[in-house]
Ligand binder design. Sequence first.
Ligand SMILES: [Zn+2]
Ligand SMILES: [Zn+2]
Length: 319
Amino acid sequence: MKSTDRIESLLEESVKTHGHLCAGQVLGVRMSMLGLREIGIEDPKGRDRKNLVVYIEIDRCATDAIQSVTGCSLGKRTMKFMDYGKMAATFVNLKTGKSVRVLAKEDSRTKAREYFPEMENRYEAQLEAYRIMPDDELFDTACVDIKINREDMPGRPLNRIKCDLCGEYVQDCREVRRGGRVLCRPCAVGGYYNNAFFSPAVMQISHNGLEVKSKLWLELEGQPFFGRGKALLLKAIDQCGSINQAAKETNLSYRKAWGYIKAMEKRLGIRVVECHAGGKNGGGATLTPEVKDFLEKYDLVEKDIRAAANSKFREIFGR
Ligand SMILES: [Zn+2]
Ligand SMILES: [Zn+2]
């Protein structure tokens, strides 16, 4: 089969799964063909299917094309997503150990334009050019050294272990050990979902409709001054980088949010936020290291209290 015929048939297949023809599809197909050739894999979906792992560095159109051509996928654990935001992928031959990283060249776009200067639609011209441009105009390749850990390899899960805080199970050694406890990553370092530490669905267990609830607040000289509400406000500021936005997210008026912050600063004797004026977003605010440290400690206490309440509840009320 001529290599251009091969491109066309691979492209047709990837467009089917991806949903449209785009420059990313052409680039991804070309990238995969080059990578596979470099590591000596001829039949990625057939007899070589167990010998191939691909690391991708971006979650964009080309990624689908790479999945389509190589047959590698997250679910099979043969595709590893490294969130670098770079148009690059590394192809690993598990049998020989040869690994080659293919990086799309930044100037390939400009070069592509020179191929069909007569075409009015720049995007169409780019699509056509990417089909026929020589590999070395499109990509840089480099041999790299990769060691894949046992727990990252395809095959049966190595282990399953329960998180001491949320009670959810963690597979393949993703747990974190801290102070003699086993934690899942969201419990140890915070998750991508909001209020990982406070989600009632996660933290509260129920038995025949019975539930255990616990509440924590801090007092200073007999006066309550910090609880979940302020913790949420501070976390929102941390996430949004703006008091205004954080107030909206926590359903507070700006005045009220600002009042909370000022009161905290006064009573704790530390600065809570650093305000930045100007900029294209009209200024913003970040938490000071001191208050971040305070918030982290408050979280730890809250998590521990909840975990203890849950486990006592389970112990005493049983199943
Ligand atoms: Zn696309
Ligand atoms: Zn957990």
